[in-house]
Design a protein around this ligand. Structure first.
Ligand code: 13P
Length: 250
């Protein structure tokens, strides 16, 4: 049985004092869960989040990283920098980065390799646009993105990659993919991994769903055969609401 992993992606929200207050409120509400919890916070909140989450079951992640270790890349943060302060996870290839910041399948792949080099655990995002969805291109797009993201990784690395399937049309729109459709898309991603890396690897990879996950739909989504948790945007900004999502099975 694969574990459930529920990650919050705060995007460009929350100040340090809000981060500390959030974790103070959130931690007691989720202390009994067996699900894995990750909070992916802005760079400026990482240090505060790491301190506040010490000795709790909350793990901390960043939302992006550069693939080089260091150098003349003004404004960028490397995997080594993240690892050095104690960050455990990193989101790579979020659709907002692909859309607004020139992230490509190639840079996603480079970042994934760099994440493993610095012993960070990557959460790689894939997902189709509304237009692709309406033209029945979903499977083609998400299997291709998955294949290119994972290219050149070892079986062990693929097993330790979390994939987040986030249909772009469902992000921040209040529109959620039906649990059946989301589960089917995720099955297709798993099939693609199976084709390249075999059954054992495909069955161990955690694949999350993301896109308007809320406490009211979490249980339905997370109890399907192939959805192993969620990557939650807006609803992860409220400690009570996010705790309900994490505790969907309690
Ligand atoms: P929302 O949950 O706000 O739709 O965002 C999803 C997302 O992009 C998480 O990475």
């Amino acid at each position: 049985m694969r574990r459930k992993v529920i990650a919050g992606n705060w995007k460009m929200n929350m100040l340090p004092n809000e981060t500390i207050e959030f974790i103070e409120k959130f931690e007691p509400l989720v202390k009994d869960t067996k699900n894995e919890i990750i909070l992916c916070v802005p760079y400026t909140d990482l240090f505060y989040a790491l301190l506040s989450a010490q000795n709790t079951n909350i793990k901390i992640g960043a939302q992006n990283m550069h693939f080089e270790e260091k150098g003349a890349y003004t404004g960028e943060v490397s995997g080594k920098m993240l690892k050095t302060i104690g960050v455990e996870y990193v989101i790579i290839g979020h659709s907002e980065r692909r859309q607004y910041f020139n992230e490509t399948d190639e840079t996603v792949n480079k970042k994934l390799k760099a994440a493993f080099e610095y012993k960070l655990k990557p959460i790689v995002c894939v997902g189709e646009t509304l237009e692709e969805h309406e033209n029945n291109k979903t499977v083609e797009i998400i299997t291709q993105q998955t294949k290119l993201a994972l290219e050149g990784l070892t079986d062990e690395q693929v097993k330790n990659t979390i994939i987040a399937y986030e249909p772009i049309w469902a992000i921040g729109t209040g529109k959620t993919a039906t649990s059946k459709d989301a589960n089917n898309s995720i099955k297709e991603i798993r099939k693609e991994i199976e084709k390249i890396y075999g059954n054992e690897v495909a069955n161990s990879v955690i694949i999350q769903y993301g896109g308007s996950v809320k406490s009211s739909n979490a249980k339905e989504l997370f109890t399907t055969s192939d959805i192993d948790g969620g990557l939650v945007g807006g609803a992860s900004l409220n400690p009570e609401e996010f705790a309900k999502i994490v505790n969907y099975d309690l």
